[in-house]
Design a protein around this ligand. Structure first.
Ligand SMILES: Nc1ncnc2c1ncn2[C@@H]1O[C@H](COP(=O)(O)OP(=O)(O)OP(=O)(O)O)[C@@H](O)[C@H]1O
Ligand SMILES: [Mg+2]
Length: 310
């Protein structure tokens, strides 16, 4: 079931088209990474999904509800964690959460249960009496997440939640996001920490200068944006013989000899890879290792960002 459906949204700020016909969707239980360089239009898209901004064209369906037709109902189904979370009031953690729980119309046992649930989930139990201003950045992010979860939204929109967190806090955040997906929530998460997105996301949407460049499974998107793969290849015949054989093959874009093997760039997908291996075996080179070399989201990102910020 699709939970977040972005339908061809366009947003202009004066002369600037910040977002142009952006379209993608996130299903329940899925984590979709939203990648793009600074100024690409991620926050603008997320704010439109969260009813904080109106699109000039297009619409967004949150759990089937249009943000244009019924923004109040859509809002109840969205948990939005903004990138910058304003100034924190000087309040103890528990009072802060309690205030927002009441703002969501929770009282009595329902409120108590909800607070217990989100405090346990975000492990804020030890912090309840602490003033917010005394919390570390990682703890503040958890508090922000806890607040975002009070109304138990089926759709979560997290704008760079890992920014500024140390490695341990990032791992913890990742675990929380995974747990939320396992509960069946649809999650859209933007980040510049690409290795992390690759690890936790089932799908990605890549945006550049307001337009979607690729959307789908992580490996498919990488393939479509960088239609070549790098491999390390080793064979009993030795690096020299390998190099010679490879240079004569079609679809081999680059070969570099190394001490105990070669690295090569190959265009095309698994079909061509299998064909190449078969040819090497056929030629008696006796390959022993054929390993993809990290072509990763980092490469995709870099290929998108060469001085093209807006
Ligand atoms: N309220 C606004 N008024 C004018 N221009 C805006 C406004 N909000 C965003 N923009 C512009 O729209 C473009 C997209 O910005 P947006 O914040 O969506 O990018 P982003 O992908 O979130 O970038 P970052 O990675 O830096 O957070 C930028 O050029 C930005 O300057
Ligand atoms: Mg942003």
């Amino acid at each position: 079931m699709t939970s977040l459906e972005v339908r061809g949204i366009t947003k202009r700020f004066g002369q600037l088209t910040a977002v142009e016909r952006v379209e993608f969707s996130v299903r329940a239980g899925e984590i979709c990474g939203f990648i793009g360089p600074n100024g690409a239009g991620k926050t603008t898209t997320m704010r439109i999904c969260s009813t904080l901004e109106l699109p000039d064209e297009g619409d967004v369906l949150v759990d089937g509800i249009s943000v244009l037709e019924d923004p109040r109902a859509a809002r109840r189904r969205i948990g939005f964690m903004p990138d910058a979370y304003g100034a924190y009031v000087n309040t103890p953690v528990l009072d802060y959460l309690d205030f927002f729980a009441r703002a969501y119309g929770l009282y009595g046992a329902a409120k108590r249960d909800t607070l217990e649930r989100v405090v346990a989930f975000t492990s804020l139990g030890e912090m309840l009496e602490k003033e917010i201003s005394a919390l570390s950045k990682g703890m503040k992010q958890r508090l922000c997440l806890a607040k975002t979860l009070l109304h138990d939204p089926p759709v979560m929109i997290l704008d760079e939640p890992a920014a500024g967190l140390d490695p341990r806090a990032r791992v913890e955040l990742r675990e929380l996001v995974r747990a939320l997906a396992q509960m069946g929530k649809a999650i859209l998460i933007s980040s510049h920490i690409l290795t992390e997105l690759a690890e936790m996301c089932s799908t990605v949407a890549v945006i550049e200068r307001g337009q979607i460049r690729g959307v789908g499974a992580v490996s498919d998107v990488m393939q479509s944006i960088l239609p070549k793969t790098r491999f390390f290849l080793r064979a009993l015949a030795g690096p020299e013989a390998l190099e010679r054989a490879l240079l004569e093959r079609p679809h081999v874009l680059d070969v570099r000899r190394e001490r105990d093997g070669v690295t090569l760039e190959l265009e095309g997908g698994p079909e061509l890879q299998a064909e190449l291996l078969a040819a090497l075996v056929g030629a008696g080179l006796r390959p022993t290792e054929f390993t993809p070399r990290a072509t990763n989201l980092e490469d995709v990102f870099l290929s998108l960002t060469e001085g093209k910020l807006q």
